[in-house]
Structure formats: C-alpha cells, structure tokens
Ligand binder design. Structure first.
Ligand SMILES: Cc1ncc(COP(=O)(O)O)c(C=O)c1O
Length: 445
C-alpha cells in the first residue's frame, strides 16, 4: 500500500484523536500524506495522489501556492497577532473590501471568524440580534433542511440534517424546523439543476403556517447541498424560498462554505442561481485553506441597523473570536484574492465544468452506480448501499487512495470537487482511476 513508514509512526503515536475518522481503523491502517503540490498530494513513499476533492473542497488554487506561503511568512514576521476586539490591523479591512467585490448585492459588510462552523453560528446570532434591535425579538426560530450540513458547532448541528452528526448530542438547540431535502428519486442522473422539486419550497410555507412566520428569524440553506452528496437545487426552488422569506420578513441565509468562491462556476451560488440572500457564510477556499478563516457577508442595512441601534460609544454586537481576522489568515486571503483575479480562477472553474461533469457522468454504466449528481466543479457518484449504509463508500475511498486518488465519501456517495487549476489531463486521470477502481470493486458488490 505504500505507507509503511507512517504505520510505524502512527502505531507508536496514539495521542492524536482524529476528527470525523474511524480512529481505531486508521491507526491500524494509516493513510497519510506528507507533501502537496498543485493537483497532487504525496504519500510517505513518494507516490503521487491526485486530489479529486481539493482537500475538503477548499484548495481551489492547488496545493502549496508559494504566493500564499510567502504572504503568511511575511505577515507572521511583521505582525503575528493583534487582538481583534477594540484593535485591528490593516489587512482585515483590505480583505473585507476585497471580499465585498465578489459577494452578491449589497452583502458588503464582512464579519470574520475562523471556520465554516463559526460562520454559521455567527450568522445565527446576527439574525437574532437584527430582529431584536428592531423590536422583533420574538423571532427565535430557525428553518433548515434535511440532509443539510452546517458545521459542527451547536447552532450548526441543530440546523444540520445529518443524523450521525446529531444523534450522539441530542438535537442541539430547540426551535429548528427542517424542510424536506431535494433529493427526489425521479431526479437521478441529472446534470445540473433538476426540473422537478420546486414544490418542496412550499415546506417553508407549511412551517410558517404551523409556527407563525413572524416567529422565524432565518432560513438556512446550502445553495447546493454539498457534504451530504451534492444536491443541486431544483429549478425555481431558491427563488421560491426567497419569495416566502420576503412575505414573512424572514432572513434568508445561504451557507456557501463549499459553494462559494467558484465551486458552482460563479463567485457564489447566489450569483449562479440568481437569488440574493440576506446573509452569506463562507470559509474554505477564501484562503485556499492555507490558513483557517471563515466569514459572514451581511447586507449593509442589517449591519447599519445593528450598529446604529447600539450605544454611541459602546460595543454593538457582543460576539467575536480570539482569532477573528487573524493577521496570517487575512494575509493568506489577500494573496488568494490576487490569485483569483490573476488566474481568472472562478472563470476557469466555469469553463472546465462541462468537461468535468461529462467525465463524471460517463461513469454511470459501472454496475452498482445508482445515481450521479453534479453542478459546476462538484459532483457525486452514489453507489448502491451494501450490508450497512456507508460501508461500500468507505471501502471505495480507501481503494481509491490505494489507487492514488483522493476524494471525500459521505455515506455511499463519492464526492469530487477538484482544484480549479485542473487541466483536462487531470480530469481524465481522475475519471480513469474512478472507472478502474469502481469496476474492480463492483465485482464483489
Ligand atoms: C455548508 C457547510 N457549512 C459549514 C461547514 C463547516 O465548516 P468547517 O469545517 O470549516 O467548520 C461546512 C464544511 O464542510 C459546509 O460544507
């Protein structure tokens, strides 16, 4: 398998409790990387692994970009840290201004945090604070969706609709209602947005009728559900959610932690689907994942309302993190903004999308492949469940690693979302490795 040196290290070193991982299995049978460059990760024995999922859909510009490494080094050797409460540094302002060039509509006020999960919980608090200062503090409820992933902090877990992320922790916060997901059985093997399913948005109308739309603070959706296995929105669905939110004075939040920064073939899902939310969360590709950074882009008048209603000289919004707008993260973000512009990375993602999706959809004839979904530069191949749900997906991602391909499996969906620097030859390599490995595995399914 080519990872014998790491076996020795890992078995001797048991202290690391790995997140979202089968710890016992991994420590018996480690699969490690020691280096990255461009489209590839490298195993300890030097084998080159093509990164079909850009890490966790975050390394949009490819691994180990020297411009970002240099920017982080320069920043850390100039100003490594300053407290973000009541003090600041110039790059936080510069990065917020840059980000606001890409965000939709007037979502031009940027609140920084350190991860996607924190951006979701921050957005929940901004929504609650906004309603409260307007005298609508009774808006305490949230709506999200089955099969949603909104991170792992308590608010985000309550919003999420993935059972394993919830069951060990109770249901998280009370007061969250879930719409049905949009993965309809009749929408199998559809490239892009399905025609059917707009009616599912009426779940929001039903929830409003049940709990009172005037009691709902915000609706959270991923424009395309990502982590669960890529569910592009049915045509008209997001527009309908927007209209129902407007009707009831509810804020619409797009969680664009994955879909943001080009993954959909536009800067954000908001532009791709032509629906503007009131708040938008982001993380991952904003720094090419070279430094942790999350953010909430907020409609200007929401920011104005919260700040103007606050005290003349006191704090207006009691929220923030020690590492909010960390100088090194802002430096990485600014270097990434330059890469986005110089390399036309978002446009590149849009241009490569058809080739990528055609390749992925060509895998539909492999026995055991029961669905393929994809949009922009993100796609999932779903294989028929075996004895236990997720068991085949888990085996497949290990076999793919052994075949020198890296991707993320959720349940039995194998999710791909390569870096946007991918050339056609890289896409071909990904598709060929998928075909060979899945065809071999399918003989035992
Ligand atoms: C839509 C969405 N929201 C939130 C998160 C959580 O982000 P993080 O892992 O940076 O906390 C993710 C992570 O994949 C995500 O896909």
């Amino acid at each position: 398998m080519g990872h014998s040196d790491s076996v020795i290290n890992v078995q001797a070193r048991q202290n690391f409790w790995m997140p979202f991982s089968p710890n016992k299995e991994f420590k018996e049978e480690p699969r490690m990387y020691v280096r990255g460059e461009g489209m590839y990760l490298y195993k300890p024995n030097g084998d080159k692994v093509i990164d079909a999922s850009a890490g966790l859909f975050c390394v949009a510009a490819g691994h180990c970009r020297p411009e970002i490494a240099q920017a982080v080094y320069d920043q850390l050797s100039t100003l490594d840290y300053t407290m973000p409460f009541t003090r600041a540094h110039p790059k936080a302002f510069e990065l917020a201004e840059e980000i606001a060039q890409f965000t939709p509509g007037d979502l031009n006020r940027i609140f920084f945090c350190c991860s996607g999960s924190e951006s979701v919980d921050s957005a929940m608090k901004i929504a609650l604070a906004y309603h409260r200062v307007r005298g609508e503090g009774h808006r305490q409820l949230f709506v999200s969706r089955e099969r949603a992933y909104h991170g792992v902090n308590m608010g985000g877990v309550a919003l999420s609709g993935m059972i394993n992320n919830r069951r060990a922790f109770g249901v998280g916060m009370p007061g969250v209602f879930h719409m049905r997901h949009t993965g309809l059985p009749e929408n199998k093997f559809i490239k892009g947005q399905p025609e059917k399913g707009v009616d599912l948005a009426e779940d929001l109308t039903r929830i409003c009728a049940m709990v009172g739309g005037e009691n709902i603070a915000a609706v959270f959706v991923e424009p395309t559900a990502g982590s669960f296995g890529v569910l592009p929105p049915p045509k008209g669905y997001l527009d309908r959610l927007r209209a129902i939110c407007d009707q009831h004075g509810i804020l619409l939040v797009f969680d664009e932690v994955i879909t943001g920064w080009g993954r959909m073939g536009a800067a954000f899902g908001a532009q791709k689907f032509n629906v503007t939310p009131d708040l938008l969360t982001m993380a991952k590709a904003v720094t090419n994942a070279a430094q942790p950074l999350g953010a909430v882009a907020v409609r200007q008048d929401i920011y104005d309302t919260i700040t103007n209603k606050g005290p003349e000289k006191g704090i207006e919004f009691f929220h923030g993190y020690t590492y909010s707008a960390h100088p090194a993260s802002c430096a990485a973000g600014l270097a990434m903004m330059e890469i986005f512009r110089k390399e036309r990375l978002i446009e590149r993602a849009a241009e490569m999308s058809d080739y990528f999706l055609d390749g992925v959809f060509s895998l539909r004839d492999i026995p055991g492949v029961i669905d393929i979904r994809g949009i922009g530069m993100m796609a999932a191949v779903e294989i028929a469940a075996g004895a236990a749900p997720g068991a085949r997906g888990h085996e497949a991602q290990k076999a793919l690693f052994d075949a020198n391909l890296n991707l993320k499996a959720t349940g039995d969906s194998l999710i791909m979302g390569p870096p946007f620097i991918a050339e056609r030859s890289h896409i071909d390599e990904i598709i060929n490795k998928m075909r060979t490995t899945l065809t071999t595995l399918s003989k035992s399914w």
